[in-house]
Write a protein that binds this ligand. Structure first.
Ligand code: ADP
Length: 257
């Protein structure tokens, strides 16, 4: 990627020559080893790769939850390393949404209150029409006054997805969002993420090691050993599986100490 090229307005987030090194000396781990990748606005991108390939590190650094050792991470045209802590916190709050494997809902609040909680905390008035549209897409209309403990895991994660989108962030990052769900509930959450991109024009970046989950995305980028090794448009489960097997084969044949 040409770093000097003008920023494309249709890129919601990107990293350029991203390097992340944990530890020093003999314990040094290069979790990211020169990754450049852009996440287009209005698209659903999955980050795939075997365990330890750097997926979570890439997501955390792209989202401003962690800093790169070298290289640059952008949300829109904001370069994250150039922001002080206060600005970075504001950027995460206003421009980025998160969905984690654990649903992280507040047990004492009902569904409607959980969805608008980030905005209530920030003192920002929610866009009622937008929240209504989200509730419609998430299918939570008849659960708004229920507490999380009265919902299934899949329903709870759909609340977490609605909460992530409620403030109209430029990009929502989801880290293994179906990791705690059975395949049926997981499918509902994945279809919700896909519809949020296709019907509501939102940008989603999802980390997963599951080829079925990745098949719901518009595009899959593959990491291996901290490097971007491939990408695939219009993925299917079989094609993603086949690609993963090929990487595993190459890794097995490589000389490993
Ligand atoms: P993935 O999400 O693909 O499983 P990670 O990004 O979690 O991969 O990890 C990439 C590599 O970085 C792994 O070798 C992992 O052990 C290492 N790593 C991740 N986080 C830390 C950390 N906080 N300290 C040291 N090493 C880490």
């Amino acid at each position: 990627m040409d770093v000097s090229a003008p920023v494309m307005t249709d890129v919601a987030a990107r990293v350029v020559d991203a390097v992340k090194v944990y530890g020093t000396g003999g314990t040094e781990v290069r979790a990211l080893d020169g990754v450049s990748v852009a996440f287009p606005a209005g698209r659903f991108t999955a980050i795939m790769g075997p365990s330890g390939s750097g997926k979570s590190t890439l997501m955390h650094c792209a989202a401003g939850l962690d800093s790169l050792t070298s290289g640059a991470a952008f949300i829109g045209d904001a370069e994250l390393s150039g922001l002080d802590d206060r600005r970075l916190t504001l950027l995460r709050r206003e421009r980025v949404g998160f969905v984690f494997q654990a649903f992280n809902l507040l047990p004492t609040l009902n569904v409607a209150e959980n969805i608008t909680l980030p905005m209530d905390l920030a003192g920002v008035r929610a866009d009622a029409a937008w929240v209504d549209a989200l509730i419609e897409v998430t299918g939570l209309g008849d659960r708004l006054h229920h507490r999380p403990s009265e919902l299934s895991g899949g329903q709870q994660q759909r609340v977490a997805v609605a909460r992530a989108f409620a403030g109209k962030p430029e990009v929502v990052f989801a880290d293994e969002p179906t990791g705690n769900l059975d395949s049926r509930s997981g499918g509902e959450v994945l279809r919700l993420l896909a519809r949020s991109a296709r019907e509501l024009g939102r940008t989603v970046v999802m980390v997963t090691h599951d080829p079925v989950a990745a098949s719901h995305a518009d595009r899959v980028v593959f990491l291996a050993d901290g490097r971007l090794v491939d990408e695939m448009a219009a993925p299917t489960t079989d094609r993603v599986l086949e690609r993963m097997h090929r990487f595993a084969g190459v890794a097995d044949e490589g000389v490993r100490s």
